[in-house]
Design a protein around this ligand. Structure first.
Ligand code: IMP
Ligand code: MG
Length: 181
């Protein structure tokens, strides 16, 4: 276990405050509620990073919706993610009856999400879109654009609000830059 002094020293600076996140989620919740009114809606997150975003975003949605989680493992070639995804816990729903929104924490190289989107498309949902909290477009190696990105950030490693470094910091209520030194 990490000691508290080292733990805190790694939190370099707050990049996105709780207030900013809350405001962006409120607006996105309103948009989703307007756009999907009267339609069967399923929000899906791939664990674990998006669990905080999902919990807060779904509470800004005022129309009926279902929530589901998937677990996926990325295969690595050395230290580089291959983009090949193995689903270790799948959905129970037949998504062909739903408008699906994939709720994601961050799009980095785009490898994981482009693979996940392929898997979802093959199951023929009524519609499919991707809402991500963060986007790091400078890091993209595959052609992939989320439909909605609430914040675009530079090429920095970030922690908090569900995002981890070595499984720590997911419980920070804001997004911070990680101090690698
Ligand atoms: P991609 O396949 O490279 O887009 O990988 C996305 C995944 O890498 C995310 O779902 C995160 O789990 C992880 N990731 C990418 N950038 C960061 C970061 O800055 N902080 C924490 N996790 C990150
Ligand atoms: Mg993730």
């Amino acid at each position: 276990m990490q000691n508290k002094i080292d733990y805190e020293a790694k939190i370099k600076s707050i990049l996105i405050s709780e207030e900013k996140i809350k405001k962006a989620l409120k607006a996105e919740g309103e948009r989703i509620s307007r756009e999907y009114e009267g339609k069967p809606l399923l929000l899906v997150s791939v664990l674990k990073g998006a669990f905080v975003f999902m919990a807060d975003l779904c509470r800004e949605i005022t129309i009926p919706c279902e929530i589901a989680f998937m677990c996926a493992e990325s295969y690595y070639e050395g230290t580089v993610s291959s983009g090949k995804v193995n689903i270790t816990m799948d959905l129970k729903q037949d998504i062909s009856e739903y408008n699906v929104i994939i709720v994601e924490d961050i799009v980095d190289t785009g490898r994981t999400l482009s693979e996940v989107v392929e898997i979802f498309r093959s199951r023929n949902p009524l519609s499919l879109s991707v809402v991500t909290l963060l986007d790091k477009p400078e890091r993209r190696v595959v052609k992939f654009e989320p439909d909605v990105a609430l914040f675009t950030i530079p090429d920095r490693f970030v922690i908090g609000y569900g995002l981890d470094c070595g499984e720590y910091y997911r419980n920070l209520p804001y997004i911070a830059e990680y101090n690698a030194e």
